[in-house]
Design a protein around this ligand. Sequence first.
Ligand code: SF4
Length: 169
Amino acid sequence: MQINATLINLYHVCKRELWLHANGIRMEHTSETVAEGKLIGETSYASRSEKYTEVEIDGIKIDFYDARNKVVHEVKKSNKVEKAHIAQVKYYIYKLLRNGVEGVSGVIEYPKMRQTERVCLSPADILEIEDWERSIDQIVKSENCPPLLDRPICKTCSYYDFCYINDDA
Ligand code: SF4
């Protein structure tokens, strides 16, 4: 199957969400969280968009790539640095490397915290990413939806009603 950055991100957030998303079960994206994330993405980069190009590679889209300095930029609305964000950017760098673009690094900006996180790809990361890909493939192809995560993050997930209301019924 075609692995993309969204699946890599979801793999680190919730295996159940990964399975639901990859198997085409979608919920309405009307939450304020989603809207706010979009807004932050749009406004933070509006004045410096010329520096970046959009890159499509192996079916994944990197929204902000600074080709001159070989830096992948990502902006997150979150008020904490999350493993899933770093995994997503590492995956972008990995994909570029696999397509012959060496020496790329990443920067994740967190406008809410006014914080920047630098991301590099190590040889160990490459092996780990290959494990993620194999594991994602297995999860998505499984006939069984993975169990509930049952963590606070569920309250802001678009599948919350699907997971908890159906579960209680
Ligand atoms: S509500 Fe929780 S368990 Fe369900 S998909 Fe979202 S994060 Fe996963």
